[in-house]
Design a protein around this ligand. Structure first.
Ligand code: ADP
Length: 374
């Protein structure tokens, strides 16, 4: 999606991709095959670029630090990436700056022997269940475990190699996300706060505006801008929040275009992808206003039969106003294969149509996500 935005502005892009079938490689002419975890591959890419930027977090930070040291422009910089890539760094940086976060404790990988007793005492003060997170490498809920008892903690600990973050289990009334974009000189803008429907750690639907009072959305946006400043972000920076018992807590951040911002392609003056490119190239930012009263975006995950969504494109396209984005990935149950965005006048209507198109493409609407009559 970043390549599509680059193409419109004739910005030449080189993509570092693991395989020629990666979604980004399929739509970019200039592809370097290699790994973002390999110092050599990153150096090879840097040699060909004026600016290096990211659309995922599985990167070798030490290698990027070396490249930065050699004078390559890495945007966002490694200081920002470090906070986004490592949940332990994220939690401690946010807490030290007085940003509200869930209660947490950090368990260093080097203190394996102490982990079970640390969990027991954390649960004593915060009660079961607790949330155990791998500090690095998680996404879409992989690397997050809700642990109901000490007996069930042991097998979870075995799955984690590095540092661990323990968190209180927050009673979540709504999940929000706010998307900020920032230029190297500090110019900053944010899109309207969205409400996300997360099932089993995975974002299934994004609604703009959400259902909460607009003052909560504004408070979330303000927190998002504070966190982006704190992180010295450059480019798009996403902040995910919990709304719990009348309070906002920052859950996590991402220093890149984010799934909660895919709606901006069709529902905002400037998409997150275009503004990300503008920001990392230090060009003027585009407007971030939404262009419709209501916008819903639904992720298309492969259903149990793993049918290729492209086979049902006609049915999906016949849903009025449905903007379909398919990523060209092979269909597998549970794999994120695309998204659908609908803009319109009421929340009920845009949600119903976005789900209708997503279901035509093979997505299955979880029972927890209810639709009301438009
Ligand atoms: P990931 O990096 O994989 O997206 P997150 O830390 O965002 O992981 O957690 C994924 C989801 O798990 C969240 O969207 C939320 O629904 C749930 N979750 C995470 N942390 C907590 C918590 N402390 N209390 C309750 N639920 C949580």
């Amino acid at each position: 999606m970043m390549s599509e935005a680059a193409s419109a502005l004739a910005l030449p892009i080189v993509v570092l991709a693991d395989a020629p079938t990666d979604a980004a490689a399929l739509v970019t002419r200039d592809v370097v095959l290699g790994s973002a975890r390999s110092a050599d591959d990153l150096a090879g890419l840097a040699a060909r670029c004026d600016v290096m930027t990211f659309d995922h977090e599985q990167v070798d930070l030490d290698a990027l630090g070396q490249l930065e040291h050699l004078g390559h422009r890495i945007r966002p910089g490694t200081q920002t990436l470090h906070m986004a890539v490592d949940k332990a760094v994220m939690r401690s940086t946010l807490e030290a700056a007085g940003i509200p976060v869930p209660a947490f404790a950090l368990l260093a990988a080097s203190e394996r022997g102490e982990h079970l007793s640390a969990i027991a005492s954390f649960a004593d003060s915060h009660r079961w269940p607790i949330v155990v997170k791998s500090a690095r490498g998680g996404y879409d809920g992989k690397g997050v475990w809700i642990v109901p008892s000490l007996e069930e903690a042991a097998p979870v600990l075995e799955k984690i190699e590095g540092d661990i973050v323990l968190e209180e289990y927050v009673s979540i009334d709504a999940e929000l996300a706010t998307l900020v974009v920032r230029r190297p000189g500090g110019q900053i803008a944010s899109w309207p706060t969205v409400e996300t429907a997360q099932i089993d750690g995975v974002c299934r639907e994004v609604l703009v505006p959400g259902t909460l009072d607009p003052s909560v959305a504004e408070e979330a946006a303000e927190l998002g801008r504070r966190v982006a400043e704190l992180a010295q972000a450059v480019g798009v920076f996403a902040v995910e929040l919990f709304w719990s018992n009348g309070t906002l807590l920052v859950n996590e951040v991402a220093a890149r275009p984010h799934n909660s911002g895919h709606w901006t392609i069709d529902g905002s003056e400037t998409s997150q992808f275009e503004n990300h490119l503008r920001a990392v190239l230090d060009l003027p930012l585009g407007g971030t206003e939404r262009t419709a009263a209501h916008v819903a975006s639904v992720n298309v995950f492969g259903g149990p039969s793993a049918t290729d969504p492209a086979e049902h494109l006609g049915e999906a396209l016949s849903v009025k106003g449905a903007r379909i984005h398919l990523y060209g990935k092979g269909a597998r149950p549970g794999r994120k294969l695309g998204h659908v965005t609908v803009c319109g006048d009421t929340a009920g209507e845009v949600r119903a149509r976005a789900w209708e198109a997503a279901e035509a493409l093979g997505a299955v609407r979880p029972t927890q996500i209810e639709l009301v009559e438009p």
